[in-house]
Design a protein around this ligand. Structure first.
Ligand SMILES: N[C@@H](CCC[C@H](N)C(=O)O)C(=O)O
Length: 272
């Protein structure tokens, strides 16, 4: 059976979107099928696979489920939320495993209210109690990260030059460290000035990506908690820039582009 897909991206963080709002998928998505579809050599290829569904009784316009390239289902993806907001016409209420997120179309692209960050060690989650603003741990020169959960777990390291860090080597080590029982997204950030951050991200379950929306949110919150930047900041990732605000209401807003690349179909049984 042929199934339609939409290829989208936010700053090069790319997605295969399966729209099951009106026509259900032939069978439930599994981790193995998600990983096969996401594979860049033998599948369609993407950082995350997104499945859209009716909102049900979630009090939203639609629902989305998020699968990393390794097939694992996760709670949040900032760039995919903006992409789905674009597909839904710009202004949408999207039910996710991290709650209902609201997108708004504007001249800068799509903005999304990512909700409130969670900062307690057990909310990240971490394996044991510690200060999340300066964790007393380190990996090969990367020291004292900030831990932030923005629907998904992040560790943020501030360094003088984020491009000098071998993130392809240290990222997987930190992602799989037992300190992070749910694994973790690894953010390496350099504060340029009080309005500007440069960021590279090793994503849990996907590796190095061109951009990570939740990583930009977590990094902005970490820098704001440390008093390094203002409450609105531009985060420059390899794929482009996101504007992140953390309001007096404790809610994070992310604004940036979302793009549809092309549409196609695939044979469901080829990826079983
Ligand atoms: N690219 C995403 C984050 C996707 C999920 C992440 N890898 C995780 O495992 O939590 C974004 O734009 O936020």
């Amino acid at each position: 059976m042929r199934v339609p897909f939409i290829k989208m991206h936010g700053l090069g963080n790319d997605f295969v979107v399966l729209d099951a709002r009106n026509d259900p998928l032939p069978a439930a998505m599994t981790a193995a099928r998600a990983a096969a579809l996401a594979d860049r050599h033998t599948g369609i290829g993407c950082d995350q696979l997104i499945v859209l569904a009716p909102a049900g009784d979630a009090g939203a316009d639609l629902a989305m489920r998020i699968y990393n390239q390794d097939g694992g289902e996760v709670e949040a993806c900032g760039n995919a939320t903006r992409a789905v907001g674009l597909l839904a016409g710009g202004n949408a209420r999207i039910a996710t495993a991290a709650g209902v997120l609201v997108t708004t179309g504007n001249a800068q692209g799509i903005a999304v209210d990512m909700g409130e960050p969670r900062l307690g060690w057990e909310q990240i989650p971490l394996a044991y109690a510690m200060d999340t603003l300066a964790m007393p741990v380190g990996w090969d020169g990367l020291e004292q990260p900030v831990a932030v959960n923005v629907g998904n777990p992040h560790a943020v390291f501030f360094v003088p030059d984020c491009n000098a860090v071998p993130l392809d080597v240290l990222g997987p080590q930190i992602e799989h460290d037992p300190l992070f029982p749910a694994r973790v997204n690894v953010n390496i950030a350099t504060v340029v000035d009080r309005q500007t951050i440069r960021l590279r991200v090793w994503e849990r379950g996907a590796g190095l990506t061109r951009a990570c929306g939740t990583g930009a949110c977590a990094t902005a919150v970490a820098a704001m908690r440390r008093g390094l930047v203002e409450r609105e900041v531009t985060v420059h990732l390899p794929g482009g820039a996101l504007l992140i605000g953390w309001g007096a209401d404790n809610r994070i807003t992310m604004t940036g582009p979302a793009t549809e690349s092309f549409r196609g179909t695939f044979a469901w049984e080829d990826y079983g």
